[in-house]
Design a protein around this ligand. Structure first.
Ligand SMILES: [Zn+2]
Ligand SMILES: [Zn+2]
Length: 105
């Protein structure tokens, strides 16, 4: 798979509502924070035990290793995302225009 070696090169908040991720293949993803929070992969969120957050503001965002991301929200919740999930959430014009080519395929 072409994305096998893809890593996060850089990431930075964009305003208060989005995160920008630069990938090693040159792609630049813009991901909405609200979307990330809704897709939080932690156990509590997966179990549906956590109500939708009142805030999706970030306290902290850090790359963990090459291909995963740690987010800490204002309300203290913590989320982890791995490269394929993160890339799948990209809402840039290119990714949105090619729904038949999901990156997880
Ligand atoms: Zn969660
Ligand atoms: Zn994209």
């Amino acid at each position: 798979m072409s994305e096998a070696g893809m890593v996060i090169r850089r990431m930075a908040p964009v305003g208060r509502y989005a995160l920008r991720v630069d990938w090693s293949d040159g792609h630049e993803s813009i991901v909405a924070l609200a979307g990330l929070r809704l897709r939080c992969t932690c156990r509590a969120c997966q179990a549906g035990g956590i109500p939708p957050p009142a805030t999706t503001e970030l306290d902290r965002a850090e790359a963990l290793g090459d291909a995963s991301l740690y987010l800490r929200w204002r309300d203290g919740h913590e989320s982890f995302f791995f490269q394929p999930e993160l890339r799948g959430l990209c809402r840039c014009a290119y990714c949105v225009a090619e729904p038949e080519r999901p990156i997880t395929g």
